[in-house]
Design a protein around this ligand. Structure first.
Ligand SMILES: [Zn+2]
Length: 199
C-alpha cells in the first residue's frame, strides 16, 4: 500500500507486510505469526522487501515510516542506497514516553476492510464503530494488545534505540517531541520533510 504525501511515496514495513498477509503469500503467512506474538520480523526479510520497494517506487524520493528499526537494517539501507546512488537526507526521531505509548495503543482502532486507522478518543460513534470511508467494522488490531507491549518496549530499547547515535554521527538526526497533540507533531514532521523535498 502506498500513500502519497509531500509529493513523494510514503510506506512502512508494516504496510508492505500486511499486504503480503492479505494476499495470502507464504511470506505473509510466516510473518503474520511473528507479528501476532509481538516480535519483530527478521532483518533479512524486511531488507529484501524494502529493496524491492525502493527499486519500484523510490526513484524520486521516499519516506519510510517505522524503518529502519535495527542497526543491521540501518546499515543495509545505506548499502542499498549506495547501490541506487541515493542519499539519505533526514532521520526523524519521535520521542514519546511509555505512558503515551500505552494510552495510544489502548485506544487504537482499525477498519477490518480498508485498513483505515483511528482512535476511540478521536472518533465518535452513534451505535457501533463503523469506518467513515467504507462502512467496514472498526476493531482493535490484534497486535495492539497491551500484553505484547512489554515485548515491543524491550525490543525497542535493545535494538532500535542505538539508531539515534548512528544517525547523530551522520548529522541527519532531528528529534521531535511526540507526546504532544498529533496535529502539532505532524506539522513539525511535515515542515522537516517539505524542507528537504523543496531543497
Ligand atoms: Zn474502511
Amino acid at each position: 500500500m502506498i500513500t502519497r504525501q509531500f509529493g513523494i511515496p510514503v510506506t512502512s514495513p508494516g504496510a508492505i507486510l500486511r499486504r503480503e498477509r492479505d494476499l495470502g503469500t507464504p511470506l505473509g503467512k510466516k510473518t503474520g505469526e511473528v507479528l501476532q506474538s509481538g516480535g519483530l520480523v527478521s532483518d533479512k526479510i524486511i531488507i529484501e522487501l524494502i529493496e524491492d520497494w525502493l527499486r519500484l517506487h523510490g526513484g524520486h524520493g521516499f519516506v519510510f515510516d517505522g524503518f529502519p528499526r535495527t542497526l543491521r537494517q540501518a546499515e543495509s539501507l545505506m548499502s542499498i542506497l549506495a547501490r541506487l546512488r541515493t542519499a539519505l537526507d533526514l532521520a526523524i526521531w519521535l520521542e514519546v514516553s511509555e505512558q503515551t505509548v500505552r494510552d495510544r495503543i489502548s485506544g487504537r482502532l482499525q477498519c477490518g476492510e480498508c485498513g483505515f486507522t483511528t482512535s476511540s478518543s478521536s472518533a465518535q460513534f452513534a451505535e457501533r464503530a463503523v469506518c467513515p470511508y467504507c462502512d467496514g467494522p472498526l476493531v482493535r488490531r490484534s497486535d495492539d494488545d497491551l500484553g505484547v507491549l512489554q515485548t515491543r518496549l524491550q525490543e525497542f530499547h535493545t535494538k532500535t534505540e542505538p539508531l539515534a547515535s548512528f544517525y547523530e554521527k551522520m548529522s541527519i538526526l532531528h528529534r521531535i517531541d511526540g507526546n504532544r497533540d498529533r496535529e502539532v507533531v505532524f506539522s513539525d514532521i511535515s515542515r522537516l520533510i517539505e524542507g528537504k523535498v523543496a531543497a
